[in-house]
Design a protein around this ligand. Structure first.
Ligand code: ZN
Length: 228
């Protein structure tokens, strides 16, 4: 299980990599997705790593701000879809098509973002409705309406009358992460909080939830960088 620490507020997630060869602490920001990792000597104390990362908070924020530039959607470029970077190519006909790992988008370049957005929203709706029904069935609870939005602050929500809301940007995350968010929200049909009882419920229907939650913490901001 990978260790992770959080620095500052809003928290910067930092993945810990213990290395037998490391003699000192070093921070690295992935140019691909802005994920930060801290390499440390294998048997050093985690508290020392936290102190080191805290001292570097300013440096991390400066670099993250640079990294978090919006990503444009263009022909020949790529976009995340089901957790993988997919090439965007001009398509034929009227609808967006996904084949052999490529997103084919018909029409002119200035309509590309809008068409991809519509496609992603449709796919996200299908996915999140199916996943919500699946996990709600496991809990033997009915669900209400499912709404897809472009939300900044949360990936999903659940109201007391059982209506569910998801960010359609989740379609860019790996399928198991999408499934986790559905399981997470559906568990709120029973427990409207994040108590131990709630997490036990999540673990009951989605045992691997910690890793998927970690993925969203580390990579969630990328999903917001694409300019639709
Ligand atoms: Zn929740």
């Amino acid at each position: 299980m990978a260790e992770q620490i959080e620095i500052g507020d809003p928290p910067i997630p930092v993945r810990i990599k213990r290395s037998a060869r490391a003699r000192r602490y070093s921070l690295r920001i992935s140019t691909k997705d802005g994920a930060i990792s801290l390499t440390m000597p294998r048997y050093a104390a985690l508290a020392a790593a936290v102190n080191f990362a805290r001292e570097q908070e300013g440096w991390m924020r400066k670099h993250l701000a640079k990294q978090l530039k919006p990503l444009p959607l263009v022909f020949g470029g790529s976009v995340l879809f089901d957790g993988e970077y997919r090439r965007i190519e001009p398509g034929t006909g009227r609808v967006v098509r996904f084949a052999d790992g490529v997103l084919y988008v018909p029409g002119k370049a200035d309509r590309l973002a809008g068409k991809l957005r519509a496609y992603f929203k449709t796919m996200a709706r299908e996915r999140m409705v199916n996943a919500s029904v699946h996990y709600a069935d496991m809990l033997e609870r009915p669900i209400g309406r499912v709404t897809l939005r472009d939300t900044r602050s949360r990936w999903g929500s659940c109201t007391s009358d059982g209506n569910l809301m998801y960010s359609w940007r989740l379609i860019m995350a790996p399928r198991q992460v999408q499934a986790y968010v559905a399981a997470h929200e559906v568990c709120h049909l029973i427990e409207m909080n994040h108590s131990d009882a709630y997490w036990a419920l999540v673990a009951g229907i989605f045992p691997d939830y910690k890793a998927k939650r970690g993925w969203l913490r580390l990579n969630g901001s990328i999903l917001h960088r694409y300019q639709f």
